[in-house]
Write a protein that binds this ligand. Structure first.
Ligand code: ADP
Ligand code: MG
Length: 453
């Protein structure tokens, strides 16, 4: 079961922001398990609540998928910080039961609803369009939600799904990230269950594909999605897509799909203004039971950061501090804690930084590292740089591939393997890599996190 859990977590790594994964899922430790249950250790109570609210259903879905049966998860606090009366929480019961799995699991996250979605000038249009779709499907088809990372796309897709299911529990709703869709497709191809796959996706009443931009460059997935899209569309079934790129900017997207995406309603979410940020943060704080004064809420919202996921992360850290010290966070303390974290986040090693350092280290151009050139003089440094990116950033292989000139994640995996193997065989190569690592590390300064408590 430990393997299963590790695999499930590794699968989630590619779906989450690297920073988010590192902060919340990396610390989870397998403790014990049976065929039907896994106990997972978390560092503290605050963590436990955070994981339960946000990630547990995802981890559980991944575990169940891997096992092919229903498995419950329990979170237990680590030995150092268990408080009296602290017991484990059962995973929220999902509608997917092990005995009779429905043909299509909804994949909808119940946490994200319209009632906890704060409407402001930046997301008003997307909200209105989503509500219209939720109340009368197929009026706008497809609905294409476009917006930057952390602006609420996933939230709003799930909100539509929850609304539909509430009004009509019999409806077949399927929410998938484009990566999940791709993986299901690959699995169906591998196991020669393509007709099941097709039948399944064509029986759906409302299909949500989150982060559709990742479909770029994946020919087989695009082809299959095209047929799914058409058959749902022709049957007047609702399709909702989200993307952080406009259809015209999704790289290597087939024209026929692009024109389908452009054929419905396009609604964008802009970065939130300060008032909206305050409203969202206050609401989250209330939900999480984090004492947050207006003053501190305004201070958080005054940050340039517009990614709400990141702002929530700041709030969570203040919350952790407050619960640890059993006191609300005062403004000056918030400034101090946050200043440290923000600075740290900004200074963390980025792929761009690695590209720059590696280019000068190997005496090649950054453009060469990002290019498709196959000559050894460029290919070897490129592989080393990819290896470094994997070691020193929290990014998934998919994201690293994107930053290396839009390469497939398999290229990154291959590079990492190649460098690892060569390091085992060639000592002078190992020294080169170590030297490169030091150069990269030394050229950024990491602030001290330890004072933050
Ligand atoms: P995206 O999918 O666009 O990257 P998410 O939907 O995952 O962003 O949103 C990131 C976080 O911010 C989630 O926890 C979400 O609930 C929250 N969030 C975003 N927009 C809003 C909003 N308008 N009201 C309440 N919470 C929001
Ligand atoms: Mg999202």
């Amino acid at each position: 079961m430990k393997k299963i859990l590790d695999q499930a977590l590794a699968g989630l790594e590619s779906q989450l922001e690297p920073e988010e994964f590192q902060r919340w899922l990396r610390p989870l430790k397998y403790r014990s398990g049976t065929d039907r249950n896994i106990r997972i250790q978390v560092p503290n109570i605050f963590f436990k609540k955070w994981i339960t609210d946000r990630y547990l259903h995802k981890i559980r879905a991944a575990v169940c998928d891997l096992c092919g049966r229903d498995v419950t998860l329990e979170l237990v606090c680590g030995p150092t910080q268990v408080s009296a009366g602290e017991t484990s929480t059962k995973a929220p019961v999902e509608s997917i039961s092990g005995d009779q799995p429905p043909l299509v699991s909804s994949g909808i996250n119940e946490k994200y609803t319209f009632s906890n979605f704060v409407v402001g000038a930046s997301n008003q249009l997307a909200h209105a369009a989503s509500l219209a779709v939720a109340n009368a499907t197929a009026v706008y088809n497809p609905l294409f939600i476009y917006g930057g990372s952390g602006l609420g796309k996933t939230h709003i897709l799930n909100a539509i799904g929850n609304h539909l299911l509430k009004n009509n529990p019999k409806m077949t709703v399927a929410y998938r990230t484009s990566e999940q869709f791709t993986n299901e497709l690959i699995e169906a191809l591998r196991s020669e269950h393509m007709s099941d796959f097709r039948q399944k996706y064509r029986s759906i009443d409302a299909l949500f594909i989150d982060d559709i931009h990742f479909i770029g460059g994946k020919e087989r997935t695009q082809e299959e999605f095209f047929y799914t899209f058409n058959s749902l569309y022709e049957a007047d079934k609702q399709i909702v897509l989200s993307s952080d790129k406009m259809p015209k900017d999704i790289p290597d997207l087939e024209d026929r799909l692009r024109s389908r995406f452009e054929g419905g309603l396009f609604a964008d979410i802009a970065p939130p203004d300060q008032e909206t940020k305050v409203a969202i943060l206050s609401r989250k704080a209330e939900e999480e039971g984090i004492p947050l004064s207006n003053e501190v809420a305004f201070y958080l919202a005054s940050q340039q950061e517009t990614n709400i996921r990141v702002l929530e992360g700041y709030l969570a850290r203040l919350g952790a501090y407050a619960s640890l010290h059993n006191a609300p966070v005062e403004l000056d303390m918030a400034q101090k804690i946050l200043g440290m974290f923000i600075e740290a986040d900004q200074k963390l090693i980025t792929v761009d930084h690695i590209l720059k350092v590696a280019a000068s280290f190997f005496n090649v151009k950054v453009a060469d590292l990002k290019s498709a050139k196959k000559q050894k003089a460029v290919a070897a440094p490129r592989q080393a740089a990819m290896y470094m990116a994997r070691q020193l950033t929290h990014m998934s292989t998919i994201e690293i591939g994107q930053r290396f000139g839009g390469r497939d994640h398999s290229t990154v995996i291959h590079a990492v393997k190649k460098v690892t193997t060569r390091m085992q065989q060639d000592h002078s190569f190992t020294r080169t890599i170590q030297e490169l690592e030091r150069t990269i590390r030394d050229s950024v300064t990491r602030p001290d996190y330890s004072q933050a408590g």
